[in-house]
Design a protein around this ligand. Structure first.
Ligand code: GLV
Ligand code: MN
Ligand code: MN
Length: 430
């Protein structure tokens, strides 16, 4: 669902000129943006050069502390809400609904430097650019850092922004148990980010998120900017298989109830469903745990995660149906018990066409090639789209690599994205 009954941020901006003369001729400083990206990337850096700042770990806390210190240096008023979302507010000349921009700074265990971080630090760079020029926007600007976007430690993904827009009750969010058995609310307290602000603190006039594409489209086509107009639906579940441990040498194949085999069959089936449905269908088995996980023991238990995505809701449901039918047949054929647990389910989202047009126009005015596109990854913007006009700006990911330490984007593309963000935010806030 994209919504929204209030505000029409993107629809009437063609040609609106900034009110404050200081807003004309602004330009971001790429060196500052790149420096902040590097400083943040140094927190949680692994031997492989990855960023590992799983949500609400000590590394996430250190990253948050750094970003909050930058917010304060830039004169932003910092608020933290009860799910740990952080907001830095720059006042406007009028006390109107703010324009919000931001993303997340938590990472997967093997994350890159830019996923999420670019959106937060790009928005901070916009603030510093405005500060340097002594420029005032009409509407306030809010830089947002949302809790646990990745969902790699606590499901679902986009948990902080989902709770923010009222899509997940606070208590349920706080009671979420992570892959390490820790409770989200306890971890939030532990790292000192259980804030006192209520959820949904600001009802934005508009939300814009700058992000790396994390896919191959812009890089392959040599296009500099993506004006993101939609985002595909996401279905996550955990599948637990209970079979029977036995001796790997003595147990005839026909007498086995092998949870390890079932896990492998699930992985294969997912690939088959994606091939059969074709088009945009993608399916992934990203996590496998076997018990007892020993060479000469048939696995008694297996737990796997299943990630199914499609840009089309009906086709996504068809993929889910085929997978559920398969699990039923598999349990019967192998004499095992199969249970599923829903981890996340989000329908495809359409973003605000007016804001996408603002992005396109500013890219064009800067001489940057730009295309409309859909997002394959989940983003906080898909949650904000439930409460305000929203769109995203993508910049190319070299080789389309992401959720991988090798994730990379050319410095000139990072800068171009931040510059388009600056112009877009200034226009929306004018
Ligand atoms: C979030 O980053 C997702 O798309 O999994
Ligand atoms: Mn991200
Ligand atoms: Mn990510």
């Amino acid at each position: 669902m994209s919504c929204c009954g209030h505000g029409h941020a993107g629809h009437d901006h063609a040609g609106s000129a900034p009110a404050d003369p200081a807003l004309a001729g602004l330009a971001i400083r790429p060196d500052r943006l790149l420096d902040r990206l590097e400083q943040l990337a140094a927190i949680g850096r692994t031997d492989e050069g990855a960023c590992c700042r799983l949500a609400l770990t000590d590394e996430d806390r250190a990253g948050r502390d750094l970003v909050v210190s930058w917010m304060r240096e830039l004169g932003l008023e910092v608020r933290v809400d009860r799910i740990g979302n952080i907001f830095g507010v720059r006042r406007g000349s009028e006390d109107l609904a703010p324009v919000m921009s931001g993303s997340h700074i938590d990472t997967v265990r093997t994350g890159g430097r830019f996923d999420g971080n670019l959106g937060v630090l790009g928005a901070l760079e916009v603030v510093e650019t405005l500060n340097d020029a002594g420029a005032r926007t009409r509407r306030p600007l809010v830089v947002a850092v949302f809790t646990n976007e990745e969902g790699a430690r606590f499901a679902p993904d986009m948990l902080g922004s989902l709770a923010y827009v009222g899509g997940l009750p606070l208590q349920q969010a706080l009671d979420t148990v992570g892959i390490d058995g820790k409770r989200l609310g306890d971890e939030l307290e532990r790292i000192g980010y259980a804030g006192d602000a209520g959820l949904g603190l600001y009802r934005p006039h508009a939300f814009v998120e700058l992000h790396i594409e994390q896919g191959p489209v812009l890089d392959l086509e040599g296009v500099r900017i993506g004006a993101v107009e939609s985002l595909q639906g996401i279905s996550w579940q955990e599948v637990s298989i209970t079979g029977q441990s036995n001796h790997a040498g003595t147990t005839p194949m026909r007498l086995r109830h092998d949870a390890g085999y079932c896990a492998a069959a699930i992985g294969t089936k997912l690939r088959e469903i994606a091939r059969e449905l074709g088009g945009d269908q993608v399916c992934t088995m990203g996590m496998v745990r076997l018990h007892p996980n020993l060479i000469n023991v048939i696995a008694a238990r297996a737990t796997v995660t299943v990630d199914i995505r499609n840009t089309d809701e009906a086709r996504l449901q068809e993929a889910e149906r085929r997978f559920a039918d398969f699990l039923e047949a598999l349990a019967h054929a192998e004499g095992v018990k199969i249970e599923t647990r829903r981890l996340a389910r989000f329908e495809p989202v359409r973003f605000d066409d007016g804001i996408a047009r603002v992005v396109e126009r500013h890219a064009a005015s800067m001489g940057l090639s730009c295309r409309r596109m859909t997002s394959g990854a989940g983003h906080d913007a898909q949650m904000l789209a439930r409460i305000c006009p929203t769109a995203m700006i993508f910049v190319p990911s070299i080789g389309g690599i992401s959720h991988n330490p090798a994730e990379d984007t050319r410095p000139e593309d990072l800068a171009a994205g931040a510059e388009v963000l600056l112009r877009t935010l200034v226009e929306l806030a004018s």
